[in-house]
Design a protein around this ligand. Structure first.
Ligand SMILES: Nc1ncnc2c1ncn2[C@@H]1O[C@H](COP(=O)(O)OP(=O)(O)OP(=O)(O)O)[C@@H](O)[C@H]1O
Length: 321
């Protein structure tokens, strides 16, 4: 099973620009979490902070007992090996074919034979739907294939935690749906802890066990998916509906007069939430579902009524609050 990531009181600025302050959350072991947020709210900075590539001024990120922000470089470097990273463009070497790109971490960081490497690479390519594409160069394939190749490369090192930065960017809805299914299937097969950063509402509402949102330099919320998906918070509702009415504007914060005009139109809150994707038939069930149910049931008394209803009706159908 993957391992948990504990984030405590994390704050980051670049010069006078505060990116976010006092962010605390736990990515539960083996569960899938999604972080939403308008452009420029520091989601990528957050991902890079988790692996110690960016150093926030305050706070901790504890992974396997190591604080990724404040520990010596050697420990951070070693702990980083527990992570698999999927960046927006796949971050592939343009001059290497897909097979060599995906084999690269194994050749670089392990002493495995070429025969062992071949078996692992072909397995990973199959998992992300790239079987038979090993000879192609990154420049000859679509953006979606490049992303999946980036994911396959992250998988060969058998990471405990996978971080995906906007896996959907530039993809059409069908490719995005395919990628969502790949992410769920990976979690079913490896029980890996996963954090996906995205703007995509379809991914956010059908893939994760937990959902969070960064906005205006803070973590608006983070918790079981039902909490954010039933939230009455104006920012969350506007973002989920992709509505131009609401506090989020082009410049992130609208002026007060425009907001006052909009506030006469009430938001309707959504009470039913989409079903979470199940693994492809034939794969094992996701272990995370049972662990999460246990965890979330214990949290039930602290949750808002709408989230509570959504959880109870899903996990205990027939029981009324
Ligand atoms: N190394 C850096 N030095 C200075 N500022 C930076 C650095 N990296 C990021 N920033 C700033 O931090 C802010 C947040 O950037 P980030 O890329 O994390 O946002 P994001 O939420 O991932 O955006 P998007 O959804 O558009 O990808 C931006 O204003 C960006 O300019």
């Amino acid at each position: 099973m993957g391992i948990e990531v504990v984030v405590q009181g994390l704050s980051k600025s670049f010069g006078a620009q505060t990116i976010w302050e006092d962010v605390s959350l736990i990515l539960p072991a083996g569960e899938i979490s999604v972080m939403l947020g308008p452009s420029g709210t520091g989601k990528t900075v957050f991902l890079k902070s988790l692996i110690g590539l960016i150093k926030p001024e305050r706070g901790k990120v504890v992974v396997n007992g190591v604080d990724m922000i404040n520990s010596p470089d050697r420990q951070v470097y070693e702990t980083r090996k527990l992570f698999g990273l999927m960046f927006q463009d796949g971050a592939l070497f343009g001059s290497m074919n897909l097979y060599d790109n995906i084999a690269f971490p194994l050749r670089e960081h392990t002493r495995k034979s070429e025969a062992q490497i071949r078996a692992i690479v072909l397995d990973s390519m199959e998992m992300v739907g790239l079987a038979g594409d090993g000879k192609k160069l990154p420049g000859e394939i679509s953006g979606g294939m490049r992303k999946r190749a980036g994911l396959a490369r992250a998988l060969v090192m058998e990471p405990e935690i996978i971080l995906c930065d906007e896996p959907d960017s530039g993809l059409d809805p069908v490719r995005t749906a395919f990628l969502s299914q790949v992410l769920i299937d990976l979690n079913a097969q490896f029980d890996t802890t996963m954090l996906i950063v995205t703007h995509n509402i379809d991914i956010a509402s059908t893939v994760p066990d937990n959902l969070g949102m960064l906005y205006r330099r803070e973590l608006v919320t983070f918790g079981p998916r039902e909490v954010l998906l039933t939230s009455d918070d104006e920012v969350v509702r506007q973002f989920l509906k992709g509505d131009i009415r609401g506090p989020i504007g082009m410049s992130e914060e609208k002026d007060a007069a425009l907001r006052a005009m909009e506030s006469v139109v009430p938001y309707s809150s959504r009470k039913t939430i989409p079903e979470q994707l199940a693994p492809t038939p034939g794969l094992p069930p996701r272990q995370a579902v049972w662990r999460r149910m246990d965890r979330v049931m214990r949290m039930l008394p602290e949750l808002a009524p709408a989230a509570r209803d959504a959880i109870v009706s899903r996990h205990l159908p027939g029981v009324k609050e």
